[in-house]
Design a protein around this ligand. Structure first.
Ligand SMILES: [Fe+2]
Length: 299
């Protein structure tokens, strides 16, 4: 069993790098941090050196990264995954540098989502200078697509310490790797894709202020403000460039004691299963996973 200690980063290919960065800083409110790689931009939300990277090139998801506890744990994970029959690639030094980690490995989930495990994600002691007063406190979770979320959970729970917190029928599996209700979610979608990335904000006031700000800026609101009955978080989904969906959320249940928690199933056909305030429910836009040869070139 491989222990994921946290989520680490998302890498995304963008045709318009400047536009993607401008949106991430001026609209979402992240901080752009220095990159010495041409065509690559890093964004920061909190003490992680960065958690979102845009790579100029074809538009689409490149990879989603998690941390493990140490370099030894990474080597053990590599052996374990290979033993289980997965094709695992070890990242090179330049790739690790770009990810802000010491070492990493990469593999595909059964649906083609590119997943990476990393050791020693670098943190920065510099104060976070958010692009605007968005109230962002952390990179909260990421969500991938798979055609069969039950099958996806079999994969994640067979290899990793991911535990389902709640299901939304056969439409979504919300998984935790620590007390946070979900740091990884898999939603039902036709193909491998990055469904959305979440940034937690400090307060309900921040979320509501951000909502009005986004509307004023003409940003497409996909869903919310609403409250998920699963985690209890108040959410707001909005559309960024290149089909990348962002989410702000505040709050969310902590599951401190696994032995006391039984995953619940909410009926996908029932509108309040997504938003218990019964606001309009809409699918997010997805950033399709880039094919392996394209994502390798962009990685
Ligand atoms: Fe989310």
């Amino acid at each position: 069993m491989i222990t994921l200690t946290d989520i680490a980063y998302v890498r995304s290919g963008v045709e318009d790098l400047e536009g993607a960065v401008r949106f991430a800083t001026d609209i979402v409110g992240l901080e752009e941090v220095r990159s010495d790689e041409p065509g690559v931009a890093h964004l920061r939300a909190e003490t992680r050196g960065h958690c979102l990277t845009f790579v100029q090139g074809p538009s689409g998801a490149i990879s989603s990264g998690f941390t493990v506890a140490s370099r030894d744990a990474l080597a053990e994970a590599e052996t374990e995954l290979e033993k289980q029959g997965l094709r695992v690639e070890r990242g090179d030094r330049a790739g690790a540098r770009s990810r802000g980690v010491s070492e990493y490995i990469a593999f595909d989930d059964p649906f083609g989502n590119r997943v990476e495990l990393a050791a020693e994600q670098f943190h920065s002691a510099d104060p976070v200078r958010l692009g605007r007063g968005s109230g962002i406190t952390e990179f909260g979770h990421m969500c991938l697509d798979a055609p069969d979320v039950r099958e996806a959970y079999r994969f994640w729970s067979a290899h990793f310490n991911t535990r389902v917190s709640d299901w939304v029928g056969d439409g979504a599996c919300l998984m935790r790797i620590d007390p946070v209700h979900h740091k990884l979610a898999v939603f039902r979608g036709e193909d491998a894709a990055l469904c959305h990335i979440n940034f937690q904000v400090d307060s309900l006031d921040d979320l509501m202020r951000n909502w009005h700000f986004l509307v004023d800026q003409g940003v497409e609101i996909i869903m919310g403000p609403g409250r998920h009955p699963t985690s209890g978080a108040v959410f707001l989904y909005f559309r960024g460039p290149e089909n990348l969906t962002y989410e702000y959320a505040v709050g969310g249940q902590l599951i401190e004691d696994d032995s006391t928690w039984t995953p619940r199933v909410f009926d996908l056909a029932h509108p309040s299963s997504i938003d218990m305030w019964r606001g309009p429910v809409a699918p997010t836009t997805r950033q399709p996973q880039l094919p392996p040869q394209v994502s390798a070139a962009a990685s």
